[in-house]
Write a protein that binds this ligand. Sequence first.
Ligand code: T68
Length: 830
Amino acid sequence: PGAGDRSAKAERMFQLMDGFMTNDPMSLQKDILDHVEYTVARSRFNFDDFEAYQGLSHSVRDRLIERWHDTHQYLKRKDPKRLYFLSLEFLMGRSLSNSVINLGVRDQYADALNQLGFEFEVLAEQEGDAALGNGGLARLSACQMDSLATMDFPAWGYGLRYQYGLFRQVILDGFQHEQPDYWLNFGNPWEIERVHVSYPVKFYGAVEEKVLEGKKCHVWVPGETVEAVAYDNPIPGYGTRNTINLRLWAAKPSDQQDMEAFNTGDYINAVINRQRAETISSLLYPDDRSYQGKELRLKQQYFFVSASLQDIIRRFKDSHSNFDDFPEKVALQLNDTHPSLAIPEVMRVLIDEEYLDWEKAWGIVSKIFSLTIHAVNPEGLEKVPVDLLGSLLPRHLQIIYQINFLFMEELKKHYGLDYNRLSRMSIVEEGAVKNIRMANLSLVCCHTVDGVSRLHLATLKTRVFKDFHEFWPQKFQYKTNGVTQRRWIVVSNPPLSGLISRWLGTDAWIRDMDLLLGLRDHAEDASLQEEWMMVRKVNKIRLSEFIEAMIGMKVSPDAMFDVQIKRIHEYKRQLLNILGIIHRYDCIKNMKESDKEKVVPRVCIIGGKAAPGYEIAKKIIKLCHAVGEKINNDSDIGDLLKLVFIPDYNVSVAELVIPGSDLSQHISTAGHEASGTGSMKFLMNGCLLLATADGSTVEIIEEIGNENMFIFGANVQEVTNLRQNGLGVKKSLQFARVVRMVREGYFGFKDYFKSLCDTVEDSSDFYLLGNDFESYLEAQAEADKAFVDQKKWTKMSILSTAGSGRFSSDRTIRDYAQNTWGIEPCKCPS
Ligand code: T68
């Protein structure tokens, strides 16, 4: 068609789709019903809650797409520097409630549904969680995407579209069993399949050297090619039109592959081989700590990195004729070292495909990458066996060796032939099995390396990355983690959200959390306190109903709800919590009847998944059930103490549990939790913290004050000293007694719990449960005392929320934008 036809066509389109979608209840009802009839293909006169949820979510999705298109158009025109956030894990949870709140159409939809005879909350419950991640790291990515969109940053998220998310936890006889989470079974309205956005990703094969136009070139001839297909997930900002994209890649067989097999007639095997391609994006590895050096995991990493970079480079080349401006337009953020193959990949593309020389390519690479580390220990750092890397990605291994060679030369200039230092800092680890140290690779190539709390950075500087910090002190920064108040207050705790806005006289805190400080002025106001207690009570009733529905146990909402929900780990010390509960039980059991009146009734709630191969963590879950069984059925105890294990803990369970908690525990051995983010969610919701001075808790103490929390246990320095001087220095009799009860079979399963008890026995008590037990009990006693005085407790609760502003992911993201990425907001006009 000629230019005239095109503009006539555009004119016609414009007339047909004039203006934005309308959000009045009538239009919304019509939209929902249209989707029920034509998208879900059910009769509008006969559909159930799930089908209504589908119609509803498709209607919301239309509104997301509209803004998402506008944002892309606008950004294309403005061409600002963009941030690309590469993460192997995103724990998004549910999307519906979050979307309507961020779009500002929550009430309109609720009205529309009411008129159709449905309730918004009921339909929202139909949605399953998107659990494409393990724990803190993955949920942090999700919170940060929300902040990036809300603050109008030109950002993209990139990740993998696993077909199986994190396993479902099923408890049978108190033991954890894992079931696959085939989350796409009922469709996913929040994604848009982009069949035409796809890239080939190469694996295996060999590198050939050729001379092209007198220059030596490397040509990688792959042994396998897999296609990466894009699935786009719009992420709406709150109170803005900006809606950014989370692009997840799925693996599909490539048409380029297997032509030979088809031609030679091996049809059956060719088809079976094609199926193999899909396994790359089939499952999320459920290990949130250790690195296993598995080939499939490495394939996943390279698959998503290669597809993302092809996409990013294509977008850049659309509007640039050479790579000179690449660092001014592109920031690449590595979420931990999992995507660190992006570094040799960019080098490879620039040198082998764009024909830049090494120096020029390196000049670019050294300006674009930044890294956030989420681990504390050297054991948490990834290593890839050289043989594995060399066979899967032969060209990348060559490039890594060359980077290392040049790095070693630089070090020698500085330090001379200090072989110990050189071998510690080398990207290549020598030994029986040669490994590539992904952290060292990243530290050499990234311009900035961030820790996730102040204490975490201090640990990285003095321990794990001491040498690197000495060499490049300017590279190291920290950005204390934060979480989004949109999901963690507005979506999950509407009564509190309304209360805060009423008392502050504005809802501006939803975009500016520092405003919560205004609550401090009213902390002692009797009527705020009364309303505050009311809101807390409502949430506790909701939580007790959930507990009853889940596990059939009645708990009293008048008791103190004491909660520990997070992945199960020895260092997170759920065992300390359970041993404390045994002590409490033992005390009540041996109490005179008249003294029982003074006991503050408690409901102890524990939830979390153990990695499938983590034996000790699984034993902790079993112990929790065994102890619960005993306590909950003991008529001497009654309502004074209950122990509840919430199965299959995930994001939407957290949204329900956190607002209903009085006290929450963050009790890792000091120096082991890089940051911790659960604590921030509880804090915002006015739940008091019982915690050790670890990770970001140190900074929470600065904001809230010691007097509004229950802090206990050895600090980082004391932990170091205790370990140096041999463990088990300060064991209390009480500790010995409760461990003995478990060991001697008081809760059954004597043989099974033996190895668990061994982990806390004198000299082997690495996480210092014995050492911290006494001060843990004291902190718990303090909490009891404070709870009796409801006025005092409520004041502490208000002050917790009031002081939580610093822990919004908005603050974290603003800091990254300014001090790590160098990007600026780019607001799409509304
Ligand atoms: C967590 N790390 C930290 N890792 O433990 C936590 N690891 O202190 C911190 O608050 C949080 O990151 C956010 O910074 C993780 O969650 C993983 O999940 C993980 C997954 C795969 C491999 C290694």
